[in-house]
Unconditional design. Structure first.
Length: 257
C-alpha cells in the first residue's frame, strides 16, 4: 500500500482513508497507482460488505498532486486517475464517500465514482481543469454528466469555481448533507444499515442501475441475477426472518460469475 492510503475493516465496513493532510490529501502518482490493488483486496474480503472512502485531517481530497501531474495524467492516455476511478466504480459492493472540507479535482472524480456521497456542511467542491488548461478525462466527464446532467457539469467544468455543499446537493452531486460534527455518526449509522441488508440485492441493483445509467442493455443482467436468486436462498432467509420477527442473516458474499 502506498504511503498516504490507510485501510481498516470493522463490523462489515471497509474504510479507505486518504491520509496526506499536509497537502490536503492531494493524491500522488503512487497513491493513484496503489488504489486499485487496495480495492481489489477489500472486494475479495468476505468480511467487507460496504466500502467508505474518506479523508484525514478535515479534508476529503484536494485532487491530484500538481507537481506529479505529468505522471498522473500522461498524454499516452494511461491516466492513473482514470484507472483508479474505474476501479472504484467497479467495486462490487456499496460504496460511500464521506466528505468534509475540500473535495476538488481528482477528489471530486473519486467521490463521483462512489455509489453515494454524504458531506458535512462547509464542504467545498470543484472540478478545476480550466484553471490549468487541461482536458478533463473522458471517463470522468461522462460519469459527471450522468450524475449531475450536462448543464451542471458544464457549470463546474467551465468555471472551475468551488461550490458549497448545498449547491452540490441541489445539482445531485451529493445525496446527504449533515451538520459538520455529525458526519462520522451518520455514515456509521447508514453503513450499519447497508451491512445488514442483502448483498446479493445490493450487487444486483448496482449492476443493473449502472447499466441503465450508461445506456446499455439490462435484460440479460436481470435474467442472470434472477437465476442467482433462485440458486442461493436469500429470499427464503429474508421471508423467514420477517415472519419470525428477527434480523435476517444473509450469507451471500461473492459477486456472481
Amino acid at each position: 500500500m502506498a504511503a498516504g492510503l490507510d485501510c481498516e475493516v470493522a463490523e462489515g465496513v471497509g474504510t479507505v482513508t486518504i491520509d496526506r493532510p499536509a497537502k490536503r490529501n492531494a493524491m500522488s502518482a503512487d497513491m493513484w497507482r496503489a488504489l486499485p490493488g487496495l480495492l481489489d483486496g477489500l472486494a475479495a474480503d468476505p468480511g467487507v460488505r460496504v466500502l467508505v472512502l474518506t479523508g484525514a485531517g478535515g479534508d476529503f481530497c484536494a485532487g491530484a498532486d500538481i507537481s506529479e501531474l505529468a505522471d498522473i495524467d500522461r498524454r499516452d492516455g494511461a491516466h492513473l486517475s482514470t484507472a483508479a476511478e474505474e476501479a472504484l466504480a467497479a467495486f462490487p459492493k456499496p460504496t460511500l464517500a464521506a466528505i468534509e472540507g475540500f473535495c476538488v479535482g481528482g477528489g471530486c472524480q473519486l467521490a463521483a465514482a462512489c455509489d453515494l456521497r454524504f458531506a458535512a456542511e462547509g464542504a467545498r467542491f470543484g472540478i478545476t481543469p480550466a484553471k490549468l488548461g487541461i482536458v478533463y478525462p473522458a471517463v470522468a466527464t461522462a460519469r459527471l454528466v450522468r450524475l449531475v446532467g450536462p448543464s451542471a457539469a458544464k457549470y463546474l467544468l467551465f468555471s472551475a469555481d468551488l461550490v458549497g455543499a448545498d449547491h452540490a446537493l441541489r445539482i445531485g452531486l451529493l445525496d446527504e448533507v449533515v451538520p459538520a460534527d455529525g458526519l462520522r455518526a451518520r455514515v456509521a449509522e447508514f453503513t450499519r444499515t447497508l451491512a445488514a441488508r442483502s448483498l446479493l440485492t445490493q450487487r444486483a441493483t448496482k449492476d443493473i442501475v449502472d447499466a441503465i445509467a450508461a445506456g446499455g442493455p439490462v435484460e440479460e443482467k436481470v435474467r442472470g441475477w434472477l437465476d442467482e436468486v433462485s440458486a442461493r436462498g436469500e429470499v427464503q432467509e429474508g421471508v423467514a426472518a420477517f415472519l419470525e420477527r428477527r434480523a435476517p442473516r444473509f450469507t451471500w458474499t461473492a459477486p456472481a460469475g
